[in-house]
Ligand binder design. Structure first.
Ligand code: HQG
Length: 179
C-alpha cells in the first residue's frame, strides 16, 4: 500500500506539474484539473485511483505537494511546475537568507551563471538547511548555497512562498550567492 501511494504520488507529480498530456489532461490557467476527470483518465491508463486514495495521497504526502480547492472538485500541484501556469502567489518578504540545495557538480556553473530556474517556473529555495540538503541529494552529492534574500529584495527581486512552504523566485545572480 505504502508503495502504491508513493508510485501514484509520483505519477500525479508528473501529470500535474510536467506532462498532463501524458493522460490527455489539460491544466487550467492556474494549474487546476477536475478531480473526476483526473481519476477517470488515470484509470484509463490502467492505474488504480479513486477519490479516497487521492484524498489519502493529498493528506499524507510528505511535502504536501498537492492541494484541493475548497469543495474538493479540483486539484493541483502546489509548486514545481514546468508547465506554464499561474499559481496566483502573492509577493512576500523572505527571511534574510534562504538556502539552495544542489549537487556539488553544479556549483562551478552556478557560481559562474547564477541559479537558473531550468525547466521549472522558479528557482526553488528553502528556509531550512535540512530541507535544502535533501533537495540537493536528489541530484548527487549535496551541497548548500546561501542566498542573500534580504539584499535581493532590497534590489527589487520578488519572492513567493508556495502553499507548501517552498520559497520561489526568479533566477538568482551570482553576487547574491555564497558557498
Ligand atoms: C541546478 C523538489 C548548473 C539546481 C524540491 C538544481 C524542490 C544549475 C537543478 C523542487 C544552475 C535543477 C525543485 C546553473 C541551477 N548551472 N546547474 N547555472 N542553476 N542549477 O529539480 O531546486 O520533491 O529543477 O541547483 O523539493 O533541485 O519534486 O530544481 O540542482 O522544491 O516536490 O539545476 O523539486 O520538490 O533541478 O528542485 P530541479 P531543484 P519535489
Amino acid at each position: 500500500m505504502e508503495n502504491n501511494l508513493k508510485t501514484t504520488s509520483k505519477f500525479l507529480s508528473l501529470v500535474l506539474r510536467h506532462k498532463p498530456e501524458e493522460i490527455g489532461l489539460l491544466l487550467d490557467g492556474n494549474g487546476w484539473v477536475n478531480v473526476d476527470e483526473l481519476i477517470e483518465k488515470i484509470n484509463d491508463k490502467g492505474k488504480t485511483l479513486d477519490k479516497h486514495l487521492l484524498e489519502t495521497i493529498v493528506d499524507t504526502n510528505d511535502k504536501k505537494r498537492f492541494a484541493f480547492n475548497e469543495d474538493k472538485t479540483k486539484i493541483r500541484a502546489s509548486q514545481g511546475h514546468s508547465v506554464e501556469i499561474d499559481l496566483n502567489l502573492q509577493p512576500i518578504q523572505p527571511p534574510a537568507v534562504l538556502y539552495h540545495g544542489t549537487a556539488t557538480r553544479f556549483v562551478e556553473s552556478i557560481m559562474k551563471n547564477g541559479l537558473q530556474k531550468q525547466q521549472r517556473q522558479h528557482v526553488h529555495l528553502s528556509e531550512k538547511l535540512e530541507t535544502a540538503t535533501a533537495v540537493g541529494a536528489r541530484h548527487g552529492k549535496p551541497t548548500i548555497l546561501i542566498v542573500d534574500a534580504n539584499q535581493m529584495q532590497e534590489d527589487g527581486f520578488i519572492f513567493y512562498k508556495s502553499e507548501n512552504n517552498v520559497w520561489l523566485t526568479d533566477n538568482v545572480a551570482v553576487k547574491y550567492i555564497k558557498q
